[in-house]
Structure formats: structure tokens, C-alpha cells
Design a protein around this ligand. Structure first.
Ligand SMILES: NC(=O)c1ccc[n+]([C@@H]2O[C@H](COP(=O)([O-])OP(=O)(O)OC[C@H]3O[C@@H](n4cnc5c(N)ncnc54)[C@H](O)[C@@H]3O)[C@@H](O)[C@H]2O)c1
Ligand SMILES: O=P(O)(O)OC[C@@H](O)[C@@H](O)[C@H](O)[C@H](O)CO
Length: 498
């Protein structure tokens, strides 16, 4: 087994076990120049954007668009240690439905900085003229947008601290705003801010977040940002589960690579990107990215069909004893439930999506969910639900409440989340609720035995949904059935009625 770094990478293919399907960078990484700073280098960035860049670099393109990864949170020290020791290199393994493994060592991340270690180094990197894009995968919650008001939350303690005069920035907003201030003061054109998080209108959401922060800090700077900084939206897609120790062992055994933090993913990939980069961008279209004028139809399709369906399968699946997405999607009754949600509730809210056959897209989604080798955990899909359900599923519910359309599938999904947050599954096994609102949600879920609407009364999460009698009737019926009959029988009944 060979340790992974710049010295060894060239010999990995020769030393890999026979039959291993492995590709490594053959381009000269010493020639790479950093053009992108990426905040939030987790699994997804490494399986998606960094992979597209690596693909371009392998063709001799985008050599001045290498990535400087930045960790904003102290917990990113693990990624710092892994990537620094490996000269930014890591292995991406695609898990095909037939069990085939396809590995590629990705070379597009040239450097990595941890902001809590040295915020000044991060600021100067973002302020340097060679950087023309700052991209983000900092999760849905990372934009600090209040669920109900839709406004940037200036009262968040970390944000307030960054707003203080002379503060050394610690948040995404403080870091990006200070870097933009330095560029303005030095006469350097601003970078483009490219959000790659699963948020509808992620460019617009990012624009609102950064300009609201900047306005509270320095109104003149905010005006300059509003007038000069581009915030393209994007739709990003590739199911990327959390890397496990078994994945590390698989990379060692099947590819002969000792990699501290490989990334595993499904083979499917998609990226629709709004073409709004005043200071330039890599030729992403050459790597298979759909560079389009209007991303919104693609975003809505993906968030309301794929991501909302993930929520539709994760709670009912977990409650009924499953722990992996494929175990649920592979069963006819759950697959029909997902398809029922997509056809009756998700799809009617969509605009036409250029170049996409929606029927095929939906069929492919269920096949992707059912890929057993990806082994995406339901725990990952059940995490941070208070950031996901309001952004992906509730807009579908609100659309149908306004148009007299069906809401039964979505009501069951919300009820299954409420039942999940009681903290124990149907076999009596405890559930660890991972959510920034975990305590509050758990207390509300416990109260629903005597007050079935207790969970829905949280107006920060659900807005005024609790006031809608059509929704509450479907919701309480679903919740009652989850308590009396269990998740599987409740889903079976709905599928039989649909
Ligand atoms: N994993 C996927 O299948 C997938 C697919 C498409 C899109 N995405 C998008 O990418 C995001 C990240 O997914 P991932 O799989 O890489 O997760 P991950 O947990 O591997 O990485 C998340 C990164 O975001 C950082 N982060 C979290 N909260 C932050 C905050 N408040 N401020 C700054 N940084 C913060 C973390 O420190 C970490 O570096 C998702 O939330 C989603 O929006 C993920
Ligand atoms: O990563 P999140 O929090 O946005 O959502 C969980 C999953 O639905 C998501 O990661 C999907 O796997 C992904 O969006 C597929 O492209």
C-alpha cells in the first residue's frame, strides 16, 4: 500500500492491484495556479467541482483555476490534516450499480487553509488578484437565512461578533466581505461568489446574505458589492455519502492507496450553472457542465424531486428499521410512494425544464437511490431536517394549498419527520436527532401524543402551515396512522389509495 502525495502519485497505477480501474493526474501540478478559493471542502466539493476541474486539467485546460480549499469551522482541522499531508491529493471512488469501482486521484486542490488557524492568510488569499472565484458548499444552514422571514439573521452570535469594529472575521460572511473590501481598496476587480449548495436560487440567497452582512458592516462597501459582484446560481447533483472507515479500507485493498480521506460517490453527475462570471471562469462546458442563462427550472426540478424525495424516504425508512437509502428505495411500496409524491405533488409545481425528459429523470432517481453500493445512510438524509424540509418540501405544499392541489404525500413526509423526532424508532431503538433545533423539535414531538399539532406549531420552521385546515387534517391523519399502524403500513395505505 502506498501513501498518497505528490511524490508517489505517478507510481500508483503501476503499483495498484491488477484489474484496478484507476486514473491519476498526469498533468504537471507544479504549473497549477490558484484561481478559486472554495469554502467548505467536504465530501461533495471533492466529488463534484474539484472533479470537473481535474477533468479539465487532464486536458491541459483550466491550469490557472486550481483550488485553494478553506475550512471556516474549527472542525475542518481534520480535512486540513488529511489534505495537507497528501499535497491536496485524494482518491474519488465511483460506485457503479453493478458493483464496479472506478477510482480517480483528483489533483485540482492545490492548497488548503484553515481560517481559525490563520484568518489573515485566508483573507490575503481571497484578496489576491489571481483568485477570481470564491465558491461555497457550506450547507443550507451556512447562509444564516431565517426560515420564515427569509432574511439574513443579523442576531446570530457569530455574525454579531464579526460585525463589531475591528473584529477578526470568523464567519463566511466576515471573511468574504473583508476580502472584497481589500480588493476594492487595492483596485483589484472583485471575485465572483459561486454557491454550490442545495438551495433554491442559491446565487440570489448568497447575494442577499453577503450584501446584508456588508450593509450592516459598511454601507458604502455594500453598495460596491451590490454593483460589482456576480452571484451565479447553480444546480448541483451527485449523491456523495459520508466517507466511512470501510471506504478507506476499500481504497487500500482495491487500489493500493493509503488515503486518509477518500471520497466515494455515485457515478451520476450533473451541474447546471448560470453564466455570470464577469472576471472569467474555467471552460466548464468542456467538462460536461450545462452552462445556461437560467438555472431556476433545473434547480426546482432537482430540489423538489431528488432532495424532497430523499426526505420522503428517510424518516419512514428509518422508523421501519432500515438504515440505508437503497434498502428503502429498493422496495416496491416505498418506490411507489416516492413516485407518487413526485408525479402528483412535486412535478406540477415545476416549470418546463429545457432538454430534460422528466419521466426518465424520475425513473433514474429511483434507480440512483436504489444503488446498493453507494450505501448512503438514512442518518445523513435525516440530519438537519429543519434546514431542508422548509426549503425543499414546504414550497411544494404551499403551491398546492394555494392551487387546491394534492398534499397527502407531503403531509405524510412532514408527519414522519415529526414521528422521527420523538427519538425512538418502531423497534424501540433510540434515534439521535442531528439538527441545530434538535432539543426544541424533540420536545415538540414528545408533546404530540396529547397535542397532535404540537410539532407543526413551530412557526420558525413551518410558518403559518398549522393554520391551514386542509393540511392539518392530512397531517394529523398521517401522524395518527404512524403511531397506530407504523410507517410501512401508513405508506402502503397511501399507495393503495393513490
Ligand atoms: N453530499 C451530497 O450528496 C451533496 C450533493 C449536492 C449538493 N450538496 C451540497 O453540499 C453541501 C455540503 O455537503 P457535503 O456532503 O460536502 O457535507 P460535508 O459535511 O462533507 O461538508 C460540509 C462542509 O461545510 C462546512 N460548513 C458547515 N456549516 C458551515 C458554516 N455555518 N459556515 C462555514 N462552513 C460550514 C463544514 O465545515 C464542511 O467543510 C450540502 O449541504 C449541500 O448543500 C451535497
Ligand atoms: O446535502 P444536503 O444537506 O443538501 O441534502 C441531503 C441529500 O438530499 C443531498 O446531499 C443529496 O444527496 C444530493 O443533493 C444529491 O445531489
Amino acid at each position: 500500500m502506498t501513501a498518497l502525495d505528490e511524490e508517489t502519485v505517478g507510481s500508483l497505477v503501476a503499483s495498484a492491484p491488477s484489474g484496478a480501474q484507476l486514473t491519476v493526474p498526469t498533468y504537471d501540478r507544479s504549473r497549477l495556479r490558484t484561481g478559486i478559493v472554495h469554502l467548505g471542502v467536504g465530501g461533495f466539493h471533492r466529488a463534484h467541482q474539484a472533479m470537473y476541474l481535474d477533468r479539465l486539467m487532464a486536458e491541459g485546460k483550466a491550469l490557472d483555476w486550481a483550488v485553494c480549499g478553506v475550512g471556516v469551522l474549527p472542525g475542518d482541522s481534520r480535512m486540513r490534516d488529511a489534505l495537507t499531508a497528501q499535497d491536496g491529493l485524494y482518491t474519488m471512488v465511483l460506485k457503479h450499480p453493478d458493483g464496479r469501482l472506478e477510482a480517480r486521484v483528483i489533483g485540482s486542490i492545490k492548497e488548503y487553509l484553515l481560517a481559525p488557524d490563520d484568518p489573515e492568510a485566508v483573507l490575503e488569499k481571497m484578496a489576491s488578484p489571481e483568485v477570481r472565484i470564491v465558491s461555497l458548499t457550506v450547507t443550507e444552514g451556512g447562509y444564516n437565512i431565517h426560515h420564515v422571514t427569509g432574511e439574513f439573521d443579523l442576531d446570530d452570535p457569530a455574525v454579531s461578533a464579526d460585525l463589531a469594529d475591528g473584529a477578526v472575521p470568523t464567519t463566511t460572511f466576515g471573511l468574504v466581505t473583508e476580502a472584497l473590501r481589500r480588493r476594492r481598496d487595492r483596485g483589484v476587480p472583485p471575485f465572483t461568489v459561486m454557491s454550490c449548495d442545495n438551495i433554491q436560487g442559491n446565487g440570489e440567497v448568497a447575494r442577499r446574505a453577503f450584501t446584508t452582512f456588508a450593509r450592516a458592516k459598511d454601507a458604502e462597501l455594500a453598495g460596491w458589492i451590490e454593483g460589482n459582484v456576480a452571484f451565479p446560481s447553480s444546480m448541483v447533483d451527485r449523491i456523495t455519502p459520508v466517507t466511512t472507515d470501510a471506504d478507506r479500507a476499500m481504497v487500500a485493498e482495491r487500489f493500493g492507496i493509503d488515503d486518509a480521506w477518500p471520497v466515494v460517490a455515485e457515478p451520476f453527475e450533473q451541474w447546471a450553472l448560470e453564466d455570470s462570471f464577469p472576471t472569467g471562469r474555467p471552460p466548464f462546458e468542456d467538462a460536461g457542465v450545462q452552462v445556461v442563462a437560467d438555472v431556476e427550472p433545473y434547480e426546482l426540478m432537482k430540489l423538489r424531486l431528488l432532495n424532497a424525495s430523499h426526505q420522503a424516504l428517510c424518516y419512514v425508512g428509518y422508523l421501519s428499521g432500515h438504515r440505508y437509502a437503497h434498502e428503502v428505495a429498493g422496495q416496491d411500496v416505498f418506490a411507489r410512494f416516492l413516485r407518487g409524491y413526485m408525479d402528483a405533488e412535486g412535478t406540477p409545481t415545476l416549470e418546463p425544464v429545457p432538454g430534460i425528459d422528466l419521466d426518465l429523470y424520475k425513473r433514474t432517481l429511483i434507480e440512483r437511490f436504489a444503488n446498493p453500493h453507494v450505501a448512503d445512510t438514512l442518518a445523513r438524509l435525516c440530519a438537519e431536517s429543519s434546514d431542508r424540509i422548509p426549503k425543499w418540501l414546504l414550497p411544494v405544499v404551499r403551491y398546492h394549498l394555494a392551487h387546491g392541489g394534492p398534499i397527502e404525500h407531503a403531509a405524510l413526509v412532514v408527519a414522519s419527520w415529526a414521528r422521527y423526532d420523538e427519538g425512538v424508532d418502531e423497534a424501540g431503538e433510540p434515534i439521535t436527532i442531528v439538527d441545530r433545533l434538535a432539543d426544541r423539535l424533540h420536545q415538540a414531538a414528545l408533546a404530540q401524543k396529547s397535542d397532535p399539532l404540537a410539532f407543526l406549531r413551530d412557526r420558525e420552521v413551518f410558518g403559518d402551515l398549522v393554520d391551514d385546515e386542509r393540511f392539518t387534517a392530512a397531517y394529523t391523519a398521517a401522524l395518527g396512522s404512524l403511531h397506530e399502524k407504523g410507517a410501512r403500513a401508513t405508506v402502503e395505505n397511501l399507495v393503495a389509495r393513490s
